[in-house]
Design a protein around this ligand. Structure first.
Ligand code: ZN
Length: 300
């Protein structure tokens, strides 16, 4: 009984000893491994967040006294390059942040860090580099959009200028041709009216007078004021009706002195303006009168 108990105790002691040996071995292995591989760096070490237009980006900047290890120089270069991009980002809203070439160079340099120094965390560098690339893309788009808008505005202004020039040229041509038309139409109508009512020498004298009047600015103004575009009737209607005879038309009448120097028409044959008429007083349709003469100031 006591002998069996002793055996059991021995076995137990042996097992405990074994377990301790295993534990010791495990600790030893762990220590050995630790000698080859350092603990990975905290990804947030030396990282601050930069807020930009509702977004935020991580910026890892290692203090110089913490830069140790095989990749120290590479780390310093990467952080310096990222700092340049960051300055461009904050300088203004349209400036290019970094070129595609710079982006790819930085990407490669960031990859080289863990090859030399495995425990160094580079996730913040990658995130920052990617952020600048995407911001740079939007800035390029915006610059191109602005350039297009400026170009469009310039085109619109140019078209408006061209249209305006064309319009004013057209209206000048129109005014000139209208003026020439009305002068010649009226001159013809008046000459015809005179020819119908006067004897030869007087007719010639009056036609000459009329030509002279049309050549002066005042004469031309008179012609323009009384001429109406398009609706102006053809002068031959005047030619067919000798003004000395009473008009057959049924509209309102007008009266004028047949002396040959007449430039006014009257609403009544007894108008004060006709008292000095040495020749006879003739009746004519108001329409015809308006085409060749001006209204008298006494009765109109
Ligand atoms: Zn009168």
């Amino acid at each position: 009984m006591s002998k069996r108990y002793l055996l059991c105790l021995l076995l137990l002691v042996q097992q405990i000893a074994h377990a301790q040996v295993y534990e010791l071995a495990a600790v030893g292995l762990a220590l050995g491994a630790g000698a080859f591989q350092k603990k990975p760096q905290d990804p947030n070490a030396y990282v601050t967040m930069l807020a930009y237009k509702g977004k935020s980006v991580s910026q890892k900047r290692t203090p110089p006294d913490k830069l140790k290890g095989k990749a120290a120089a590479e780390i310093a270069r990467v952080e310096a390059a990222l700092a340049v991009c960051s300055a461009n980002l904050l300088a203004d809203e349209l400036r290019p942040i970094c070129t595609d070439q710079q982006y790819f160079d930085l990407q490669l340099a960031i990859k080289r860090i863990p090859w030399a120094q495995k425990e160094w965390s580079v996730s913040a560098y990658d995130a920052e580099n990617d952020f600048y690339r995407s911001e740079n893309y939007w800035r390029t788009q915006r610059r191109e959009q602005l350039a297009r808008e400026v170009q469009q505005a310039q085109q619109v202004a140019q078209q408006a200028r061209a249209r305006h020039e064309q319009d004013s040229l057209f209206s000048i041509e129109q005014r000139q041709s209208f003026r020439a038309d009305s002068i010649s139409r009226l001159a013809q109508a008046r000459k015809q009216a005179i020819a119908d009512s006067l004897d030869e020498p007087r007719r010639k004298a009056r036609a000459y007078e009329l030509d002279m009047a049309l050549l002066t600015p005042a004469g031309r103004r008179l012609v323009e004021a009384s001429a109406k575009p398009k609706t102006h009737p053809a002068p031959k209607s005047v030619a067919k009706r000798p003004v000395a005879r009473p008009s057959k038309s049924t509209g309102p009448s007008a009266y004028f002195c047949t002396s040959g120097n007449t430039v006014k028409y009257h609403s009544s044959s007894t108008c004060q303006g006709l008292t000095r008429c040495g020749a006879s007083i003739s009746r004519i349709s108001l329409r015809e009168a308006e085409q060749t003469m001006d209204p008298c100031k006494f009765c109109h």
